[in-house]
Design a protein around this ligand. Structure first.
Ligand code: C5P
Length: 321
């Protein structure tokens, strides 16, 4: 279930020859504090990411041009053209290294699209690691992270994996080393997506409204220290009390039915439930594997989500398989 984290922070292994197969995890945010809107359209974040054991797989083969095909989650909905984050990542890697942007990419997706699990960013991270190995350009971790951050705020974390503190717009990541402990999650996936920019805009709107009317109900996440301390304690009950996401109120405002899923997970006995990133995926904390399985069964029977998965974290970031 959880792969070892021993080589978690090593550089990806270069390929001897193609094809190169890379596995990349989904992410959840155990903590997400959103600052005010910046002039560049982003928000300053303080977040704690965790990579969990739901994976996409990307295979890169030598080719004469750059092509992308896919199967699995989101097939037929996800564009496979130059707007796809995986293609954009390969173009950026080619521009940086001077290597021709030639590869045949194939994606096998399990991470839902527009779900708040960073599926698109994960595929970009996988494409970077795969083509760096296929082309034997062997970039340093910092160089890969720089290219990744230009593609999307979550992409550097998905190259790194594990559990990490994210700052800036989320692209500056540093490992939380005290978290070498496996946590058990239940992931409730919706049959619709939410647009990340729309959820951030809704948060700005709610905050503006609360400021104008003086409404005191709108509580933002406090500092992350409690969450980081809870990770060190390795006690799920302590972690349950420290999980926080400023975007949850905005996701709920746009899609109130998310509340039914959160309620169903708590009724099923989860220690805590929260919206992952910008949603609509809901994540529940379990005390162990068996507890996670029991919550998963009850949630699936509740009819409040499309499907349910159990997952463990932290796991490694994008790696050559
Ligand atoms: O960085 P990424 O392209 O994944 O971000 C998608 C969108 O999410 C941004 O265009 C912005 O609207 C919003 N966002 C934000 N603040 C962040 C990260 C993302 O407002 N820190």
């Amino acid at each position: 279930m959880t792969e070892p984290l021993g080589d978690e922070y090593d550089r990806p292994r270069p390929a001897k020859s193609g094809p190169v197969r890379v596995r990349v995890p989904a992410k959840i945010n155990l903590y997400l504090q959103v600052g005010p809107l910046r002039p560049d359209g982003y928000h300053d974040l303080t977040t704690v990411y965790q990579a969990i054991s739901i994976h996409d797989e990307l295979t890169a083969r030598p080719g004469d041009t750059l092509t992308l095909t896919m199967e699995g989650e989101g097939t037929g909905q996800l564009p496979l053209d130059e707007t796809n984050l995986a293609i954009r990542a390969v173009r950026a890697l080619a521009a940086f290294t001077g290597h021709p942007a030639h590869a045949r990419l194939h994606l096998r997706k399990q991470i839902p699209i527009a779900g708040g699990l960073a599926g698109g960013s994960a595929d970009a991270a996988a494409a970077l690691v795969a083509c760096d190995a296929l082309w034997q350009t062997n970039l340093a971790r910092d160089e890969l992270a720089d290219i990744a951050s230009a593609i999307g705020s979550d992409v550097p974390f998905l190259v790194l994996g594990g559990t990490a503190l994210g700052t800036g717009r989320g692209e500056r990541v540093s490992p939380v080393l005290a978290s070498a402990h496996t946590w058990h999650w239940v992931v409730a996936i919706a049959d619709y997506g939410l647009s990340t920019p729309a959820v951030y805009a809704e948060l700005d709107r709610l905050r503006d409204g609360a400021a104008r009317t003086g409404a005191g109900w709108f509580a933002d996440a406090g500092p992350p220290e409690a969450l980081l301390a809870a990770l060190r304690q390795r006690d799920p009950d302590v972690l349950a009390a420290a999980l926080a996401n400023d975007l949850q109120a905005a996701a709920l405002s746009l899609r109130p039915v998310i509340g039914d899923t959160l309620d169903a997970g708590i009724e099923a006995g989860a220690l805590a439930g929260f919206v992952s990133g910008s949603g609509p995926t809901c994540v529940f904390l379990a005390s162990d594997v068996r507890h996670a399985a029991a919550i998963s069964t009850a949630l699936a029977e509740s009819g409040t989500c499309h499907h349910v998965r159990t997952a463990a974290g932290p796991v490694a970031g994008a790696r050559v398989a």
